[in-house]
Design a protein around this ligand. Sequence first.
Ligand code: PEP
Length: 256
Amino acid sequence: MPRKKIVAGNWKMNLDRAKARELAGAVAARSGEAAGVELVLCPPALYLDAVGAALSAAKSSVGLGGQNMHDKANGAFTGEVSAAMLRDLHVGYVILGHSERRSIFGETDEIINAKMLKAREANLKPIFCIGETLAEREGGQLEAVLRRQVTEGLKGLAEKDMAETVIAYEPVWAIGTGVTATSQQAQDAHAFVRSLVAELYGADTAARIRIQYGGSVKPGNAAELMACPDIDGALIGGAALEPQSFMEIIRNGLEN
Ligand code: PEP
């Protein structure tokens, strides 16, 4: 069965409440242009409620995702958000292991793995981010880094959890830099990640899992990237903050 493409917008720490609602409404209004593609919006946690309400008001099938969560159920974790709190707001997806969480907030593979397990326990679908730095790529470490991130990050996840997991390959050097991986670099990394999933969970799971590409995806490069056989959609940062570029990426990606 062909894999349904999934495109998610990671709004990061941007917009205000009114703009978040407006952007959600604009994407919902145009979501008919994305027939056959699953769309997910990941606003700041504080605006999940407002964005969810805007999507419901538009009777939209666009999904809602968190950008992060804590791995504990509750307790003295000032400033944190739990998986159950996300579920309470009807959130379906959660981005975990984003490179900004890894590099700025010191999240290790072990922490990310604990979050992955918690997310699945709460029936959230993780968008599990992996990717190498430029130094790691140039130092010939690409495959070793991806192998470590995949093996450690997915530890303890059952095969049935993999059916609800999306992987986002995001080379760190391409995130927010305007530099995109070439389609060949991206395809090679995606094929390698799929082979890792096959090693861990078997060929069927590997054939079914969706692997998004992320890193400076723009309307101009979406078609070429999404035409690659192992690229099943995109995780989009900057270009997701504006409905025109977000929808153009999807439309161009669908042209294949
Ligand atoms: C991201 O933050 O996941 C991302 C891919 O950002 P950008 O599209 O801005 O590179």
